[in-house]
Design a protein around this ligand. Structure first.
Ligand SMILES: Cc1cc2nc3c(=O)[nH]c(=O)nc-3n(C[C@H](O)[C@H](O)[C@H](O)COP(=O)(O)OP(=O)(O)OC[C@H]3O[C@@H](n4cnc5c(N)ncnc54)[C@H](O)[C@@H]3O)c2cc1C
Length: 383
């Protein structure tokens, strides 16, 4: 009886699942190479997990923290690090808790997974998947494969040149699954109606707000808007075309009385001069005592309560928001609730985490969960 497992996608999660299942599984990849996105993670150094308590890791997945919890508890950061150590990859922890291979090479993570991986068939374009009498039939442009179990690990839709291009989504929908609309997240927030380029390169703490959501942290002003950890993490809450409010410093009318009155505004406020000049060019060289109430209100609006139209920079998005609905997946096994023996892992699922090694943690933990659930089922089948 055909008892084999087919993994679709040789990226971070597909390679992890394959390394656990070994020769019990085979992988179909539509690119000519595996792990193309993995190789560019962390600027090529691969921030592959985070040295943090498991509950804190789960909280990095916003409203999906309960969904990710069983998988991350079953394959937490220490186990991920031990797994790679066993495969010859030592890791280092930076002061901020980010974990990298000690070599500083993402390639070592890929090589390690490939050591235990089953066979990978490259340049396979999947045309259809059908299930008949308990067996999946996967037709590609080269041949038809048959498998008892499938793990879908086809990734999201950002950096499509790496292979994660959403090309499998239609087929997954055909199997009955719903996709929560996808777009790029974990990215620069562009402010097309507020040119910030004159302050490009300024690093500054900022508070970002949209409705009741508020996030504070370090940002960097870019040519097109703002980037840095707070902007990237806040992008989760934004639609591709949206609005948000920026607060560079909390100010109200009374704040001006505590400033040195004879000093010009750009030297009086504890903010980089270039930023003040960019946001209130005409008022930045006025003495504080010469500012009218109307001008003070203008400054408060620009520096403390600046609501702007935004666009997400999807070209640079490090993660995909949206994907296969988590309502349709058993969070303890990663098995579909709709199609028996169909599993999901990684970014194809409607889960996105913050910046800091959390998305690869999810890719590895969900892959581990799917692969070990299949192994458990196989043992039951054999006994
Ligand atoms: C620039 C950048 C930097 C990043 N840095 C980090 C970091 O330092 N730390 C971190 O935690 N996360 C980081 N990420 C996010 C992380 O790379 C992803 O979350 C992770 O790779 C997702 O793994 P995955 O296996 O789900 O998808 P992917 O790694 O994207 O793999 C999907 C695989 O499926 C294949 N595939 C897709 N469609 C098909 C199809 N139809 N048929 C066959 N194969 C198919 C693709 O070719 C690909 O090989 C970064 C992302 C980017 C873009």
């Amino acid at each position: 009886m055909n008892n084999s497992t087919l993994i679709i996608g040789a990226g971070a999660s597909g390679l992890m699942a394959s390394s656990i299942l070994g020769h019990e599984a085979f992988v179909l990849e539509h690119k000519k190479e595996s792990g193309k996105k993995l190789l560019i993670t962390g600027g090529g150094k691969c921030n592959f997990t985070a040295a943090e308590p498991v509950d804190s890791i789960c909280s990095r997945f916003y409203e999906k923290k309960n969904f990710v919890s069983p998988a991350i508890h079953s394959f937490p950061p220490e186990r991920i690090r031990d797994y790679f150590k066993e495969l010859g990859v030592e890791s280092i922890v930076e002061n901020n808790g980010k974990v990298f291979p000690a070599s500083g090479k993402a390639e070592d993570i890929r090589k390690a997974l490939l050591k235990r991986s089953g066979v990978i068939f490259f340049s396979e374009n999947i045309l259809s998947i059908e299930k008949e009498e308990g067996l999946f039939h996967i037709k590609t442009d080269q041949k038809t494969y048959h498998a008892k179990y499938i793990i879908v690990a086809s990734g999201g839709i950002t950096f499509p040149d790496t292979g994660s291009d959403g090309s499998l989504n239609k087929i997954i929908r055909g199997l009955g699954h719903t996709f929560v609309p996808q777009h790029g997240t974990l990215t620069e927030i562009m402010t097309p109606t507020l040119p910030l380029f004159k302050a490009e390169g300024v690093s500054i703490p900022v508070t970002l707000r949209k409705g009741k959501v508020k996030l504070s942290g370090d940002a960097v002003i870019t040519k097109r808007g703002i980037s840095g950890p707070v902007a990237e993490n806040f992008s989760h809450y934004l639609e591709p075309n949206d609005e948000m409010t920026m607060e560079f410093i909390p100010l109200n009318r009374d704040s001006f009385s505590s400033l040195s009155s004879k000093t010009i505004l750009k030297n009086a406020l504890p903010l980089p001069e270039r930023l003040i000049f960019t946001l209130v060019p005409e008022l930045s060289s006025k003495r504080v005592l010469d500012l009218s109430n109307k001008e003070k209100d203008e400054i408060i609006k620009a520096l403390s309560d600046n609501t702007v139209a935004i666009k997400l920079n999807e070209r640079r998005a490090m993660c995909t928001k949206g994907g296969v609905s988590t309502d349709e997946i058993n969070r303890k096994t990663m098995e579909s609730k709709l199609v028996e023996n169909l599993y999901f892992a990684g970014e194809v699922i409607d889960v996105d985490g913050q910046c800091g090694g959390y998305n690869l943690t999810w890719a590895f933990s969900s892959a581990f969960t799917a692969a070990s659930s299949i192994l458990r089922k196989k043992k039951l089948v054999l006994s």
